[in-house]
Design a protein. Sequence first.
Length: 133
Amino acid sequence: MKKALILAIAALAVPSVALAAKPDPSGKGKDGGPNVMYVLDGKLSAYTPYPAADASITIVITASNGHGEVLVGQALTFPLDASTKISLANGLTSIADDDNGTVKISAPKNVSSRDLDWILQANLATQVIDAGQ
């Protein structure tokens, strides 16, 4: 009976250790390292402007600064809020699907490439620039 109890306690402890090892999407690296600006260029879509509860923008990344090179080819969705700067192309009133554009996100510098996509998507977009068609 004691052996079964010890095995049960050990089995419950393993998942809690695994969960504690996840990277922190709070904006600072585990070591409190610096944030950098990820500049992602590509095709914009699914724009829902703030103040909607689900305000967000999706970008299919075609190019990036050095920090986000591993993301080229991926589609990522970023939340927006009142602090997100939205710049529209000449005369446009909204962002249309397939417009060319740029999304900027401030996030930790030292993130493994395998975690980068979900850590970036946990951060608000700092700026969205719509260049039109």
